[in-house]
Design a protein around this ligand. Structure first.
Ligand SMILES: [Zn+2]
Length: 218
């Protein structure tokens, strides 16, 4: 399905992944909506450290994140990486960026490590290294799981190379926080100090305070 989407993009010509207008992606209208407002989100409580996201997970940023991850729109790396970079600059510096790894099968299918690509974009500009400290065993698609099922499924999924130093975990989207929590737990067990987790976007947490939204700040 993903290859078909990419083939359609080629066949029909370029269009904005946010609003499907023909032309550049993002189009000027969507680009104007991609303004980061880094905020700590309610999922921080579950994750056990500050979790900061650039934006609320809603259109159009959600469409760009999906296109970058699943529709081979790898040219969006700079747009999404820029949102992440502004978010990282709002946090104390770390010695290392650690991307949340995809499952081996998902990465093979995509042919691209979308989270590492975003982390590398930021790392180059912040002059700190990015390393694949975490690896993931195979897992199942979380889309149809409840929050409790996600937390259960992800437990023990990751392993980390032992090390030390202050690290920031990088992800594209925070939903329940279960994956980020397991990454943080695994890194701490391997000897690292986790300063925080950053993401391009976060969904509103059930029962929590609002996920980041620029409209709250303007
Ligand atoms: Zn657009």
């Amino acid at each position: 399905m993903r290859l078909i989407d990419a083939a359609l993009d080629l066949l029909l010509g370029a269009s904005c992944h946010g609003c499907e207008r023909p032309g550049a992606s993002p189009c000027p209208e969507c680009r104007a909506l991609l303004r980061p407002c880094p905020q700590q989100v309610a999922q921080s409580a579950q994750v056990g450290c500050p979790v900061v996201a650039a934006m609320r997970y809603e259109p159009p940023v959600s469409s760009f994140i999906i296109a970058h991850k699943d529709r081979q729109a790898w040219q969006l790396r700079g747009v999404l990486g820029g949102l992440l970079l502004d978010t990282l600059r709002a946090l104390p510096t770390a010695e290392l960026l650690v991307p949340v790894p995809s499952t081996p099968s998902a990465e093979r299918e995509r042919g691209y490590d979308h989270t590492r690509a975003l982390a590398a974009y930021c790392a180059a500009r912040l002059h700190i290294p990015v390393k694949r400290v975490l690896t993931s065993r195979s897992g199942v698609d979380h889309a149809k799981l409840t929050a409790a099922e996600r937390a259960d499924e992800v437990r023990g999924r990751f392993s980390a190379r032992p090390g030390w130093g202050r690290v920031i975990v990088v992800d594209d989207v925070i939903t329940t926080g279960a994956t980020a929590a397991e990454c943080v737990r695994t890194l701490r067990a391997a000897g690292y100090t986790v300063s925080g987790v950053v993401a391009v976007a976060a969904t509103p947490a059930p029962g929590g305070n609002a996920a980041p939204g620029c409209d709250q700040l303007r």
